[in-house]
Ligand binder design. Structure first.
Ligand code: PLZ
Length: 443
């Protein structure tokens, strides 16, 4: 394993000459549809630092979109995945199975909320997990409809594009989309017209109306929601919204699916974000942080629901690949050993007050929000709630130029989000925050 020094170091402008060369090759050989946030080509990465091909070391506040929570190339991930690589790379679990898959399923049963009997099925990507959660819910309920939310993001496959709210860039020109998908309001406190204090109750009332009056609750197989909307803008639904929805789903025999692909595996300061309000989902989808950077995803849930799909009804050539499973076991081991939920909470405790202090200084910061190490600021025109996407892009760009990887998100493109690896050192965290502050001052 390569040890990347845990320090920021800029030796060229960002991106440097070698990265620019590679960017030219990318432009010639890679489809334009595959965009890039920061065209810095990576040579190696470790902990909270990404080193590029020009020798620059950048502080990582993105974790490859909430994936490398245990750090890049975490020791236990490398050790277990390397050993597995040497033993065998693939058999296809549906042909001749192996222990790692079963062990990941056992870990998922133990770690996810609720003490009911649980089972899992493993897949390659988040989108694939969400697709399969819908398949399982439909098989169990024998109903067609799926309810999703404003600002929701669930993937880029055909069904998950339908489930995803935002048109550009995810859906534009890629339809027609899967039918029987219905969208209801999300309790987005900051933008709730009658005020944040009413968001949970009113958004739920509207959702309930749409479900019972427009769709018919008896036709709904699943309600699919992110406990904190990720791509949509790090929107934590107003307290009370999720428990109301979960209770409503139970009352009507609807499968309640928590999409914890971005929020799960310690990111928000708990193993799973829905624990925060004691919500126990029927099914939970996970991916990203589960395997420390290797492609793995899962649907986990009530055994009787998971078993509703007939034998042979779920699967895929690579789902639960042995190397990805080994990596997941290494990632989970690291999360337990280092108590990463506590580290995530600590990151939140360091970041939130600093960002709130910036909000006092810079009136473009409309809101600071998030939980644990899933933190964001929403940028607006001062004195209004008019989204300022251009400014958001400019702040992100200024951070990149100084060697800090930050990401943007949001339905209106005006949210700057921070997803540091949970193992990041506090010195790097502080330095990253200084860069953010300088970037706000500069733009
Ligand atoms: N559900 C909640 O956050 C992936 C998308 C990046 P895949 N989010 C990052 C992009 O622009 O493609 C995500 C998510 C939630 C599902 C997904 C989809 O997971 O592994 O990207 O398919």
């Amino acid at each position: 394993m390569t040890e990347v020094p845990q320090e920021r170091r800029l030796v060229t402008e960002v991106p440097g000459p070698r990265s620019r060369e590679l960017a030219a090759r990318k432009a010639a050989a890679v489809a334009d549809g595959v965009g890039v946030t920061l065209p810095v080509f990576v040579a190696r990465a470790g902990g909270g630092v990404v080193e590029d091909v020009d020798g620059n070391r950048l502080i990582d506040f993105g974790s490859g979109i909430a994936v490398t929570s245990v750090g890049n190339s975490a020791a236990a991930v490398v050790r277990r995945a390397s050993a597995q690589l040497a033993d065998f790379t693939h058999t296809c679990f549906m042909i001749t199975p192996y222990e790692g898959y079963v062990e990941v399923a056992e870990q998922l049963a133990e770690l996810t909320p609720g003490d009911h009997p649980k089972k899992s099925a493993l897949f390659n990507s988040g989108a694939e997990a969400v697709e399969n959660a819908v398949k399982i819910a439909r098989a169990y309920t024998k109903r067609p409809a799926v309810v999703v939310f404003d600002h929701g993001y669930h993937g880029r496959t055909n069904l998950t594009m339908a489930l995803t709210a935002k048109n550009m860039p995810y859906k534009e020109g890629f339809g027609p989309f899967a039918p029987e998908v219905y969208r209801v309001p999300l309790a987005y406190g900051y933008r709730w017209l009658t005020g944040p204090e009413n968001a949970a109750e009113e958004a739920f009332a509207q959702a309930k109306d749409i479900i019972t009056k427009q769709i018919g609750a008896q036709h709904v197989a699943a309600i699919v929601i992110e406990p904190i909307a990720g791509e949509g803008g790090f929107i934590e639904p107003a307290k009370g919204f999720l428990p109301r929805l979960a209770a409503f789903a139970k009352e009507h025999g609807i499968v309640f699916v928590a999409d914890e692909i971005q929020t799960g595996f310690c990111r928000t300061g708990q193993w799973f974000a829905c624990e925060d309000e004691g919500v126990v989902p029927d099914l939970i989808t996970t991916a990203k942080g589960i395997a420390g950077g290797l492609p793995l995803a899962a649907v986990t849930g009530r055994a009787e629901i998971m078993d509703a799909a007939h034998a042979g009804g779920l699967g895929g050539t690579y789902g639960g690949n042995p190397v990805a499973c080994a990596a997941a076991l290494g990632a989970i081991e690291t999360m337990r050993e280092l108590d990463l939920p506590a580290r995530a909470r600590r990151i939140g405790e360091v970041m939130t007050p600093r960002l709130r202090a910036m909000q006092e200084k810079f009136p473009v910061i409309g809101e600071v929000r998030g939980r644990g190490a899933m933190i964001a600021v929403e940028l607006v025109e001062p004195g209004t709630k008019e989204p300022d996407a251009a400014l958001t892009a400019a702040v992100a760009k200024a951070c990149h130029a100084k060697g800090l990887i930050v990401l943007t998100c949001g339905t209106y493109g005006n949210v700057l989000r921070f997803l540091p690896p949970l193992v990041i050192g506090e010195d790097l965290l502080g330095e990253g925050l200084d860069i953010i502050e300088e970037a706000f001052a500069a733009v």
